[in-house]
Design a protein around this ligand. Structure first.
Ligand SMILES: Cc1cc2nc3c(=O)[nH]c(=O)nc-3n(C[C@H](O)[C@H](O)[C@H](O)COP(=O)(O)OP(=O)(O)OC[C@H]3O[C@@H](n4cnc5c(N)ncnc54)[C@H](O)[C@@H]3O)c2cc1C
Length: 467
């Protein structure tokens, strides 16, 4: 990196906040990455500092990769020599909680879990929830349009964001800090920054929509003999709980067994059924809702929509049930080499798809391990595979992605594209769509300095015609 540029960055943020050398290489690099390759990490404290940094970098054609909480799974934060990482970790202020309008204004570097906990005394909640809650940033959640456990009820991050402040590649600050749910005044510009993985601008602040804090929580784990039962149960519980169904998480036997063997987690139900599902309903009255939940489950049992079930009777039991779903460390360790996928397709096609992926994998690698997890209510499957050798990655990816094509499924339900899924973007997006994305990139970041080569190749950004 240009030393003059480094010196000027230092003048903007202060000496302590431009990291180089071991201060960079000793930091956690993120999933599926061995080290941070960037020459330096700059850590601004305010939108104005971000703006000054990008103005400078744009002038020098300096590539910049935004780092949020580094909890992403698609190597969207990967850097190489010559690049600058811009970390939002110091921009972590919850600026305002407005209980009347049920909105909050936050800086992008606030950690999701910190925000969730901050809201409780106000009797309010932020419904986005995912396993990476302890490290991911709200800005990262917006940049990836994160999903998670409660999409079935509240939608993805996109639905929780009312306003965005972002800094463009040329340093210009775009303030679109809308606080209303309804605002149809032309193009909804904030949507450009949501889900664009740091390629169109740096999100610095957000206005978020809040909900009332649920006063009841009812959770059950069920075991099923068939995927048809799971699909039938999903519909039944959704209808019976009258809008309170907030999570419906599939766990297959393979994943369940990994997490409940060798004294890892206590199995709430025996590990001898092909499918399990965690069902959660959030409502307003614990006594009344618990009764409704039990009636709904009893009816489901009578309709033979599951074969065994356990209800959480305490917070501890609820945590134990969720731990079987959320703990990923054992599968990452046991399945080697480890591959993780995040696809979506219509729920009605999932059973056939899972069977096809398994068949293809075992044709090539009869001893290959595979497990399915899913936010099944949203048509989202996570697939963990341990098979082959690291150099056989493409063949393994083909087992997962090729069978998606007939179902017009998506190669990324919620994790984004980054570098990991870049070669497969064409399965889910047409050439016309990709060219339009490239055109937007070219308009907002003509020099291609922001997160270069993520999602698609910036070298192929079409040049804008001179006016
Ligand atoms: C255990 C575990 C479970 C998970 N479960 C889920 C899940 O259920 N659903 C789900 O959707 N994800 C899940 N994730 C993935 C991850 O937590 C999300 O993708 C999260 O939204 C990433 O946020 P982050 O701050 O860590 O972003 P990073 O990983 O730091 O960055 C992700 C992308 O966003 C960009 N970016 C980050 N901050 C900004 C910003 N302020 N402005 C512009 N660009 C920015 C980066 O450049 C990069 O392209 C899980 C992760 C873990 C570790």
């Amino acid at each position: 990196m240009n030393q003059d540029l480094l010196q000027q960055l230092l003048e903007i943020v202060g000496e302590a906040h431009v990291l180089t050398g071991e201060a960079v290489t000793s930091r956690y690099p993120g999933f599926f990455m061995t080290s941070i390759g960037a020459d330096a990490i700059v850590r601004p404290k305010s939108t104005e500092e971000v703006s000054r940094i990008l103005t400078l970098c744009n002038k020098h054609g300096q590539p910049v990769v935004v780092h949020g909480g580094l909890s992403g799974w698609v190597r969207a934060t990967q850097t190489k020599a010559g690049e600058l990482a811009l970390s939002l970790e110091r921009m972590n202020v919850i600026e305002q909680v407005d209980p009347v309008n049920r909105t909050a204004v936050v800086q992008a570097g606030v950690i999701l879990q910190t925000f969730q906990e901050h809201l409780e005394p106000y009797g309010l909640s932020f419904p986005l929830d995912l396993g990476g809650r302890g490290s991911c940033h709200l800005g990262g959640n917006a940049s990836t349009n994160a999903g998670g456990m409660r999409v079935i009820r509240y939608g993805m991050m996109r639905e929780q964001v009312l306003g965005v402040e972002a800094v463009l590649a040329n340093g210009q600050i775009v303030s679109s800090m809308n606080r209303m749910i309804k605002n149809n005044t032309g193009y909804d510009l904030k949507q450009l920054f949501i889900g664009s993985e740091g390629t169109l601008g740096v999100i610095t602040r957000l206005v978020l929509r809040l909900r009332e804090l649920p006063r009841s929580n009812n959770t059950a784990l069920i075991a099923a003999d068939s995927f048809d039962q799971i699909v039938g149960l999903l519909r039944h519980m959704d209808a019976a709980m009258g809008g309170m169904l907030s999570a419906f998480e599939l766990i297959d036997n393979s994943f369940y067994s990994v997490n409940t063997r060798d004294g890892r987690h206590t199995a709430p139900l025996a590990a001898d059924k092909p499918y399990y599902a965690i069902i959660e309903a959030l409502g307003s009255d614990q006594t009344r809702d618990a009764e409704l939940f039990e009636i709904a489950l009893t009816e489901a049992g009578e309709k033979e929509l599951f074969v065994d079930a356990v209800l959480a009777r305490s917070d501890k039991q609820r945590e134990d049930i969720w731990a079987v779903r959320e703990d990923l460390q054992h599968v990452v360790r046991d399945f080697q080499p480890f591959y993780a996928f995040d696809v979506s397709l219509p729920v009605g096609e999932m059973s056939a798809y899972m069977a096809e992926v398994k068949k293809r994998l075992h044709q090539h690698w009869p001893q290959g391990q595979i497990a399915f997890l899913g936010h099944v209510g949203d048509g989202n499957l996570h697939i963990a595979i341990g098979a082959g050798a690291a150099k056989e990655r493409e063949e393994i990816e083909a087992c997962v992605y090729e069978p998606l094509a007939p179902f017009v499924g998506s190669v990324s339900a919620e994790h984004g594209i980054g570098l990991e899924k870049k070669p497969y973007l064409g399965i889910s997006r047409s050439e016309t769509e990709i060219n339009l994305m490239l055109g937007i990139k070219s308009l907002l970041d003509p020099k291609g300095i922001l997160n270069p080569d993520k999602i698609f190749s910036t070298q192929s950004v079409p040049k804008q015609k001179a006016a």
